[in-house]
Ligand binder design. Structure first.
Ligand code: GLV
Ligand code: MG
Length: 305
């Protein structure tokens, strides 16, 4: 079984803040991204590009380092691409593309990345794209966006999405339809599904409530805006040891029951419930997530159980 990478936490760092970039080097999160988009004021885009150009050459504790560029229809997009060409592309793992409305948006970014990779002497396709779904148009096209080349995740953007549909953030506290549609599109394409930020960084219970919902739905992880949110994020998006062991034992039990020595059964009774191929898939989802997060199986199935 190949081990997938954990995608529980995606830490957003304003590219114009030298102080935050310095702190972010140490964050033990699954992904860090240096932002050029909404966390950077229009007048600070230039300085942010300079800071990012030197920051990407440093060693981050996070295994995945990304840059969020400005959207294709913004006045900053061309200069962001120039920054990637001028060397930044040598050092990063992925580009986060905000406000993706159509498949053609990410196809266009992918085409530019092909040129950029050639110039940087990188393997074709090695810079991946994380697409943000944060508009009504993006949501109705998210199935196609998820299937585009280089996409490894869909990231739901609640703030822009609420603004785009005209929702009142105070009254509407959950976006379950949009989350579910994004999740299904991601799963159908075999890519990760990541929930976006919770802006109330001083109130950890708001983060936990939102993460509990997206985690229960099946999301892989969530954006993190403040160091205080990291522990809650990892706790909520990592299966507990008990759940991980139960999933691992169900996989072992299923393997046994479907084997000749276990009776070659397609469906069997295990711990007083029926298990079949669908149960195996559900257990595998929990197992893979726990394994990616570094959990180790501590209990095993035995035929007498
Ligand atoms: C993130 O980009 C959001 O708009 O919520
Ligand atoms: Mg946004």
């Amino acid at each position: 079984m190949s081990r997938s990478r954990a995608r529980r936490s995606v830490f957003a760092v304003p590219g114009s803040s030298e102080k935050m970039i310095g702190k972010a080097l140490e964050f033990q999160v699954d992904q860090v991204f240096l932002d050029l988009e909404d966390a950077v004021a229009p007048d600070a885009k230039g300085i942010a590009r300079e800071l990012i150009s030197s920051a990407v050459q440093k060693k981050f504790k996070a295994p995945t380092v990304s840059v969020r560029i400005n959207s294709l229809d913004s006045q900053w997009f061309t200069e962001d691409v120039e920054m990637l060409k001028s060397g930044v592309a040598r050092w990063i793992d992925s580009i986060i593309v905000p406000k993706v409305h159509r498949e053609s948006d990410v196809v266009e970014v992918g085409r530019l990345l092909t040129q950029i990779e050639s110039a940087a002497g990188r393997e074709q396709g090695s810079i991946t794209i994380d697409a943000q779904i944060e508009s009504a148009l993006g949501l109705v096209n998210c199935e196609k966006i998820a299937q585009a080349p280089r996409i490894t995740s869909l990231n739901f953007g609640p703030a822009d999405f609420m603004a785009d549909i005209g929702a009142s953030a105070e009254e509407v506290t959950s976006n379950e339809y949009a989350l579910m549609r994004t999740l299904v599109a991601a799963r159908a394409a075999g890519v990760a599904a990541i929930d976006g930020p919770t802006l109330e960084v001083r109130d950890i219970s708001k983060f936990e409530k939102s993460a509990d919902i997206s985690s229960a739905m099946g999301f892989d992880g969530k954006w993190v805006l403040h160091p205080d949110q990291i522990a809650a994020c990892h706790r909520i998006f990592t299966p507990t040891q008990v759940r991980f062991d139960e999933a691992a034992m169900l996989l072992e039990a299923y393997e046994y029951f479907t084997s000749q020595s276990g009776g070659a059964k397609g469906a069997a009774i295990y711990k007083s419930a029926m298990i079949d191929e669908a149960s195996r898939k559900m257990a595998l989802a929990v197992f893979s997530r726990g394994e990616a997060a570094g959990l180790v199986q501590s209990r095993h199935f035995s035929p007498g159980d």
